[in-house]
Every structure is written in C-alpha cells, then in structure tokens.
Design a protein around this ligand. Structure first.
Ligand code: HEC
Ligand code: HEC
Ligand code: HEC
Ligand code: HEC
Ligand code: HEC
Ligand code: HEC
Ligand code: HEC
Ligand code: HEC
Length: 367
C-alpha cells in the first residue's frame, strides 16, 4: 500500500480535513509523514536484507583477477541468483544451500558487482559491491584510490564459513614442489589436491587457468604464503625474494649480467608473471607483445627499429613466425631478453653489432 497516495488524497479532499480540528490535522500530517519515511527506508533496504554478502566488503582492493565471494539469501525467498560484473551478466545460480559461494573475474581498475535475487522471473532484491583491482601495468591503476582499502579475509575469524570449509592450514599446504610427487600416485591430480589442500575448496579457480605455475599446480600454497605473518599469508617483498628461493639458477645467471631490465632490477617479477596461473605461456599476465607495449607504448606503434632510415613501416614485431625460435611467434622477446643481457638494449643474442643481430634471422644477408 502506498502511503503517499493516502497523503495526497488527504490534502486534496477538503471535506475530510474540515471535519478535524487544527491540532488533530497537524498530528495526522506528522503521523503520515513518519509512516512514509519508515516505509521508504524499509523499501530501500529490502534488497539488502534479503541478500547477505559475507565477502567481499564494500570498497575492497585486490591484486589479481579472481574474487572469492560468499552470500546467503533468506530461506526460500529466491529461486535464482544473477551476478553481473561491470554491467555484463557473469553467473546465474540456483540457490541450493544456505551459503552460496562463487568466484567472479575482475578487470584492472574499478569493478561493480551486482548480485540480484529473482523469484519466478521477477527481481526481488539486489546488492552492489565495488572492488578495485590494482595493477602495475597501468600508470593510472598503480595506486589504490583513497575510497578503497585492502581487506584481509584471513585476519577475521570467519566462523560461519568453518561450518563447511577447513579454515586452519595443514602440512599438506606446504608440499615439496615436484610434480613427480603427484604423478607417482595413481589418481588424478584434482582428486589428491581436493582432499589434501585446505586452500582448494575456496581458491580452486586460482590455479585453473591453462598455464599453471609449478608450486601452485600441486597446491603448495604455503611455499610462498607464510601463515605466521600479519596480515596472515603474506608473501615476502619485493617478489624476487620468494621467486629466487626456487629460481636460484635464474638469479645467478641474470644478476651476473651487465644490463638488467628495469622491473627486474626493482624485484617485481609479478608485474609480468602470475605466481598462480594464467592464460599465457610462462604464466605471463598478458601475451608477451601486449605486456611489453604496456610500458613501452611507442614500440607498439609499428615504428620500431630504424623506421625512419630503412623502412617506412618499421620492422615487424608480431604476427609473423619467429625464424630463430621455431614454433614461436615473432614478439619483443625474439630480440630482447625480458630479464637481463650482456648486450646493449637487452639483446637476447650474443651479438655485438646491429648487423650481426640482423643476420641471426636474415641468413640471406651473408656472413
Ligand atoms: C553450507 C556450507 C558452506 C558454507 C557455510 C560456506 N561455504 Fe563456501 N563453498 C561451499 C561448497 C559446497 C563449495 C564448493 C562450490 C560449490 O559447489 O558451490 C564452496 C565454495 C566456496 C568458494 C569457491 C567458489 C568457486 O568458485 O569455486 C569460496 C570462495 C567460498 N566457498 C567461500 C566461502 C566463505 C568466505 C564462506 C563464509 C562466509 C563460505 N564459503 C561458507 C559450501 C559452503
Ligand atoms: C573459507 C574459504 C577459504 C579458505 C579455506 C581459504 N581461503 Fe584464502 N581467502 C578466502 C576469501 C573469501 C578471500 C578473499 C577473496 C579473494 O581473495 O578471493 C581469501 C583471501 C586470501 C588471500 C589474500 C589475503 C586476504 O587475507 O584476503 C590469501 C593470500 C589467501 N586467501 C590464501 C589462502 C591460503 C594459503 C589458504 C590455505 C592455507 C586459504 N587462503 C584458504 C577464502 C578462503
Ligand atoms: C610462487 C609464490 C606463490 C605461490 C606458490 C602461491 N602464491 Fe598466492 N600470491 C603470491 C604473491 C606474490 C601474491 C601477491 C601478494 C601481494 O601483492 O600482496 C599472491 C596473492 C594471493 C592472493 C590474493 C590475490 C589478490 O587478488 O589480492 C590469494 C587469494 C592467493 N595468493 C592464494 C594462493 C593460493 C590458494 C595458493 C596455492 C594454490 C597460492 N596463492 C600460491 C605468491 C604465491
Ligand atoms: C617453491 C618453489 C618456487 C617458487 C617460490 C617460485 N617458483 Fe617458479 N617455478 C617453480 C617450479 C617447480 C617450476 C616448474 C619448472 C618446470 O616446469 O620445469 C617453476 C616455473 C616457473 C616459470 C616457468 C614456467 C614455464 O612455463 O616454463 C616461471 C616464469 C616462474 N616459475 C616464475 C616464478 C616467479 C615470478 C616466482 C616468484 C613470484 C616464482 N616462480 C617462484 C618453483 C617455484
Ligand atoms: C618485463 C616482464 C618480466 C619481468 C619483470 C620478469 N619476467 Fe620472467 N619472463 C618474461 C617473459 C616475456 C618470459 C618468456 C620469454 C620467452 O618468450 O622466451 C619470461 C620467462 C621466465 C622464465 C622461464 C624462462 C627462463 O628464462 O628461465 C622464468 C623462470 C622467469 N621468467 C622468472 C622470472 C623471475 C624470477 C622474475 C623476477 C626476478 C621475472 N621472471 C621477471 C617476462 C618477465
Ligand atoms: C612495468 C613496465 C615494463 C614492462 C612491462 C616492460 N618494461 Fe622494458 N623497461 C622498463 C623500464 C622502467 C626500463 C628502464 C628504462 C630506462 O632505463 O630508460 C625498461 C627498459 C627496457 C629496454 C631498454 C634497455 C636499454 O638499455 O636500452 C628494453 C630493450 C626493454 N625494456 C624491453 C622490454 C621488453 C622486451 C619487454 C617485454 C618482455 C618489456 N621491456 C616490458 C619497464 C618495463
Ligand atoms: C627484430 C628485432 C627486434 C624486435 C622484434 C624488437 N626490438 Fe626492440 N630493439 C631492437 C634493436 C635492434 C634495438 C636498438 C635500437 C634501434 O636500433 O632501434 C632495440 C631497442 C629497443 C629499446 C631501447 C631503445 C629505445 O629506443 O628506447 C626498447 C625499449 C625496445 N627495443 C623495446 C621493444 C619492444 C617493446 C618490442 C616489441 C614491441 C621490441 N623492442 C621488438 C630490436 C628489436
Ligand atoms: C628475431 C629474428 C629477426 C631479427 C633479429 C631481425 N629480423 Fe627482420 N624480419 C624478421 C621477420 C620474421 C620478418 C618478416 C618476414 C615476413 O614477412 O615473412 C622480418 C622482416 C624484415 C624485412 C622486410 C623484408 C622481408 O624480408 O620481408 C627487413 C628489410 C628486415 N626484416 C630487416 C632486418 C634488419 C635490418 C634487422 C637487424 C636490425 C632485422 N631484420 C632483424 C625477423 C628478424
């Protein structure tokens, strides 16, 4: 029932009003107005109280592209839950348990997650959460805006989750990293992982992209995340501190070279590599070409390598087969080492002049 309608009627019907004294009239107006305010406040909170979001909090800041989410809806109130991220429909879930858990993908920058409850095809309530994904690959997204804040899930007691999930880590979360540990047994890796890792039930999607990093593929999460830190499960900074613990061979090789690439010098391996899994070989955050041109924008314009002197269009840097690295596509990494080199411009070959460099691929230039 709409109380504003009653209020309008009251004011437009002088006959009813004239039958009241001035005092009663004022009291009635005050009463109607307060009812109106209460109804409005209740109405706008209705969606919010029907859906309870346990995680994430409003205005959370994250690092990577996956966000574990857990909500509950009033028993029997909804028959379908829809999740939209940045206006695009991402998930549709039929609620079957008290707690509904899912993972959403985040874009770099600000994301709007709208969770809506439906009954018989009609929207009966919705809540919106904003989440910021920080990224070193864009100057604008490097800093978390002041309205967003990192929120550490594992710093809270989360007792309500413990009903179904194991919340204390175990020795199995710090497995030796060799895949052999797993392949030697006769089951599939998923079965072993799901029964031995305490992280798996909530973080399953983190290691499910096509290119999985060694320790993440065997769910040795604690080989990088320390449970005895505050915030809990922190990793050493800068990242190369953890990376070089296992990649000692690379450390010795690269740090001994004359020229070291900017981001490697400052120890930020995870600017380019996901420590968990990714869609690209070497667990790269993007394809090599996209990754490099993100920071070296001008090299992606097609004018790289004496465009003015020899070719009007510049030398190709992608979209061709790499004549030296058979089976790979030509990219920035065809000529440059992403980490370090003995040669100027981080050339990836043992060459001293430009001409020698050209001849690595263009054997027709003679020797
Ligand atoms: C009533 C049991 C129950 C409770 C309570 C519960 N979960 Fe879950 N959760 C599950 C089940 C079962 C799964 C496996 C995925 C599925 O089948 O939906 C799951 C999966 C997840 C996932 C992974 C989703 C994915 O994309 O694979 C996350 C994240 C998660 N839960 C977080 C939480 C958090 C946080 C809490 C506490 C606020 C919580 N859960 C409480 C039952 C529960
Ligand atoms: C009850 C489900 C649950 C379990 C079990 C769980 N996590 Fe989480 N974890 C979450 C949720 C929810 C978040 C916050 C959302 C996100 O980052 O996806 C989170 C966040 C994190 C973070 C980011 C920092 C923070 O506290 O927000 C790290 C690191 C992490 N988890 C590591 C682990 C490791 C390692 C394990 C296993 C030892 C583990 N988690 C087990 C649900 C869980
Ligand atoms: C090789 C080291 C390494 C391994 C192994 C690893 N992580 Fe991480 N993880 C990191 C780093 C580095 C970060 C970024 C931390 C930061 O910047 O605060 C991170 C961040 C996270 C986050 C937070 C992501 C966000 O959006 O902020 C979660 C959740 C997480 N790890 C879970 C896991 C789980 C679960 C496993 C086991 C499958 C795992 N990690 C294995 C290095 C690792
Ligand atoms: C606990 C040991 C461990 C740590 C810590 C570790 N790695 Fe690894 N890494 C491995 C193993 C094992 C492999 C798989 C080697 C193989 O397949 O030959 C690997 C492989 C890789 C690869 C190559 C993937 C490929 O497809 O060839 C990259 C890139 C990489 N790691 C980057 C990193 C970065 C960046 C860090 C730090 C955030 C890191 N690693 C930390 C153990 C580790
Ligand atoms: C600027 C981006 C960038 C940074 C920063 C970076 N890498 Fe890489 N990394 C790459 C690319 C690109 C490749 C693949 C090169 C190719 O195609 O041959 C790669 C390959 C690798 C490999 C596998 C091949 C090899 O050479 O052994 C490992 C291991 C690795 N990186 C570890 C690291 C570690 C550890 C750090 C931090 C010290 C780091 N990377 C920093 C871009 C980067
Ligand atoms: C996060 C930003 C970032 C990314 C991503 C990045 N670079 Fe760089 N790069 C730098 C910085 C910073 C320098 C140092 C700038 C300077 O010294 O003038 C640099 C320098 C270089 C140089 C010049 C070295 C010299 O001595 O002239 C080359 C070549 C180069 N990068 C190639 C690459 C390639 C190839 C990739 C992709 C695998 C890449 N970069 C990805 C930031 C980046
Ligand atoms: C065919 C080989 C080749 C490829 C592919 C290539 N480069 Fe270069 N790059 C060179 C050479 C040669 C130089 C030395 C400077 C020159 O002569 O232009 C150079 C110089 C550079 C420099 C440092 C000098 C400067 O102008 O600041 C950067 C940064 C760089 N390249 C980035 C990239 C990026 C990013 C890509 C991928 C889009 C790429 N290169 C692809 C050969 C290559
Ligand atoms: C990593 C291998 C590589 C290196 C190093 C390299 N090129 Fe190329 N170059 C290519 C590829 C691949 C193409 C494209 C060929 C095609 O279109 O099929 C190409 C195309 C060209 C072309 C266009 C004509 C043609 O053959 O299609 C010229 C000219 C050229 N390169 C000159 C140079 C010069 C000069 C250098 C040294 C500064 C150089 N290249 C270094 C791989 C390389």
């Amino acid at each position: 029932m709409d109380f504003s309608l009653i209020l309008t009627m009251y004011f437009t019907l002088p006959k009813i009003r004239s039958s009241f004294s001035r005092r009663v009239e004022i009291l009635l107006i005050v009463f109607c107005l307060s009812v109106l305010i209460c109804i409005n406040a209740y109405g706008s909170q209705n969606g919010g109280s029907m859906i309870t979001v346990h995680y994430p909090m409003q205005n959370t800041a994250k690092e990577y592209g996956l966000l574990g989410t857990s909500i509950s809806v009033q028993d029997g109130s909804a028959d379908e839950i829809k999740v939209d991220v940045n206006g695009l429909e991402e998930l549709t879930i039929v609620p079957e348990r008290k707690f509904i858990c899912f993972t959403v993908k985040l874009e770099p920058g600000e994301n709007t997650i709208e969770i809506s409850a439906y009954k018989l095809g009609k929207k009966i309530g919705s809540v919106t959460k904003n989440v910021f994904r920080r990224s070193d690959l864009s100057a604008k997204l490097r800093k978390i805006p002041s309205s967003f804040k990192r929120d550490y899930f594992h710093m809270k007691d989360n007792a309500e989750c413990a009903e179904c999930h194991a919340l204390t880590h175990s020795e199995y979360d710090m497995k030796p990293v060799s895949r052999a540990n797993f392949s030697s047994e006769n089951y599939d890796i998923e079965t072993i992982v799901s029964t031995t890792s305490t992280c798996y039930s909530c973080h399953k999607p983190i290691a499910s992209l096509p290119f999985v990093h060694g320790p993440a593929s065997v769910w040795s999460c604690l080989s990088c995340h320390d449970p005895d830190t505050s915030p809990k499960y922190s990793v050493l900074k800068p990242d190369n501190e953890i990376c070089y613990k296992c990649h000692e061979e690379q450390k010795n090789k690269w740090l001994a070279r004359k020229y070291i690439h900017g981001p490697v010098t400052i120890g930020k391996c995870t600017i380019c590599h996901s420590p968990h899994s990714s869609e690209y070989p070497f667990n790269l955050m993007m394809s090599t070409w996209d990754l490099c041109t993100n920071c070296h924008y001008e090299k992606g314009t097609g004018k790289h390598i004496f465009a003015d002197r020899m070719f009007t269009d510049g030398h190709p840097t992608k979209g061709k087969d790499d004549p030296y690295r058979i089976g790979k596509e030509l990219s920035c990494a065809s000529c440059h080492n992403a980490h370090a080199s003995e040669k100027p411009h981080l050339w990836s070959f043992d060459v001293n002049t430009l001409f020698e460099l050209c001849r690595v691929c263009h054997t027709e230039y003679g020797s």
